[in-house]
Design a protein around this ligand. Sequence first.
Ligand code: FES
Ligand SMILES: [Fe+2]
Length: 334
Amino acid sequence: MGARKNLRYDIPFYTQGWFQLGWSKDLRRGQLKKVRQFGKAFTLFRGNDGVVDLLDDVCPHLGAHFSAGGCVKGNSVRCPYHHWSFDRTGQCTDIPYADKIPAKARVGAHTVVERHGMIFMYRNKAGTEPTYDLPTIEGFDPDEFLAPFTYEFTIRIHGQDIMENSVDSPHFWAVHGHEMPENEFHEDGAELRITQTASVHRFGQKLHFQLKFTMIEPGFHYVHFPRLPGGATALVFSSLVPVDEEHTSHRMTMMIRKTRIPGYSNILRRFIDWQMMRTYHEDMRIWESKEYHARPILCDGDGSIMKLRRWYAQFHDPVEDTATRPDVRTVGVG
Ligand code: FES
Ligand SMILES: [Fe+2]
């Protein structure tokens, strides 16, 4: 038997699905970046035609990393070591000092999609093409929102634990000092929708919130706040990508819908930013060291943790690489 890579979790650390690698605004035409996910280095680049692509970072020639000084030429990546060029399909298309390009001179290329200002890759264990498109959030128009605040953390935790935290009602009371929220579950094909009613004491007042979580992918969910004070609404996209067998990248995009009251959305954005980061760091303290109990001892007030885990399990790497998930393409805000 081979050594277990992760001693903390007895569920697979990597899952299949769509995963956010970053934001569109951070990758200009002709720019190349190293991204490290799923225990591997990749080169993410935007060709001169504006299209984003993802290649394995290691050159098949003599093993240089493209991201260690390589560049984008047209819609290809040029290796810094001997200037071999690879197009977006991974095929070597140019060796400046050779008459013939070796047939095997190619590098792994991965499916990438840009959606809602974010860049996603598809990943499964077999390395095959996706069998479904990344769901689109219907009715989402970025022009209706203020410019987003973005956050990026790398944490020593499984992504499932972060998702589980959203439905772990008693921790809101014990860790964050909120009242215990109520969760209402609705499963729809591969998606899980949770409506949470919560309240928090701030500034001498009790503020009531409704949060609507839509879990689309193991790597992506979003939270809609449909009824904030002053008639405002907010959206938070939340992305979880394994970096290696121990760490997860958590990227969040927080957006407040513009309101008619001048300056109000901006104040609200700062308040939610402050509130989110405060609760985030309260959780992080616990997340990085907590153990994973596959069969936890739960009480009647613990609620929905196992429901979330059952939903999440559909994305675990299959034993046979033939499993697919139901085809769901669009989801709505709200
Ligand atoms: S190692 Fe990349 S071109 Fe030689
Ligand atoms: Fe929390």
